[in-house]
Design a protein around this ligand. Structure first.
Ligand code: FE2
Length: 250
């Protein structure tokens, strides 16, 4: 994947963090990464600028401390799921495949030290992403609002959705057996593309309508909460475990 506007993004981020925005057209039109602005375009070439980008942040959770042991986190998720009868009932009543703590447990960081460590790490990733997004937060900050476990069995999916009332949402990946499935992201303008033709199958990345991101255990992905996404079917025999979260402003 290419980074938007050249490598200068990397200088603002932790070593392994990447924000994918894309702008190959801009580069052709004379974007000068060193100067972080457009040079006068070549008169022989049209100037096409990429506007309204949709950044996706991906980094190793371990980039910032404290260190989170993925196996210990997975075991904690299982033990919480086994004890959380209210959560199990909610999943059964609502046809949720597998288990989520979303509707039953709102205080994981206070109950379990490993989740408190996880939040300490996520706070730093979210702050780095907010910096990249150039948010003017005023005298308020982005704060964790929700944090929940997802255990998705074989054949389970999580339908397309957004995260209302939040600013930044994301997921960290705890157990990802082979075939567990990517995260599918959708162009937020899709409902407005009434008469637009489809894109070519191999269209440039920044022009594609859907993206499939295959995270690894220990990755953290962040996006703005309005970005529609889904978890395609888990084709692995084993469970897929992730921890998702929302950050709000204020
Ligand atoms: Fe989600």
């Amino acid at each position: 994947m290419e980074l938007g506007g050249g490598d200068w993004h990397r200088q603002l981020l932790p070593r392994t963090a990447e924000v994918f925005t894309t702008s190959r057209i801009s580069d052709r039109a004379g974007f000068n990464p060193a100067l972080r602005r457009f040079s006068p375009p070549d008169p022989a070439m049209p100037e096409i600028t990429n506007l309204f980008v949709t950044p996706l942040y991906r980094a190793a959770l371990s980039e910032h401390g404290p260190k989170i042991d993925a196996e210990e986190l997975a075991n904690s998720c299982y033990s919480i799921a086994e004890d959380d009868e209210a959560g199990q009932e909610w999943c059964e009543e609502n046809g949720y495949p597998g288990y989520t703590s979303y509707a039953s447990l709102t205080d994981l960081p206070w109950r379990f030290p490993i989740f408190a460590d996880l939040v300490a790490s996520l706070d730093k990733h979210v702050a780095a992403f907010a910096e990249e997004l150039e948010f003017d937060l005023g005298d308020k900050e982005l704060k964790l609002e929700d944090l929940w476990i997802n255990i998705l069995p074989e054949g389970g999916t999580h339908a397309s959705h957004i995260h209302p009332h939040s600013v930044i949402s994301g997921t960290t990946y705890v157990l990802m057996p082979e075939g567990a499935g990517a995260l599918k992201l959708e162009d937020p303008r899709l409902p407005m593309m009434m008469a637009a033709p489809p894109r070519r199958r191999k269209a440039r990345e920044e022009l594609r309508t859907f993206h499939y991101v295959a995270p690894k255990v220990g990755d953290v992905l962040l996006w703005e909460s309005w970005l529609r996404h889904e978890v395609p079917m888990n084709m692995a025999e084993d469970e897929r475990i992730s921890v998702s979260f929302n950050y709000g402003w204020g």
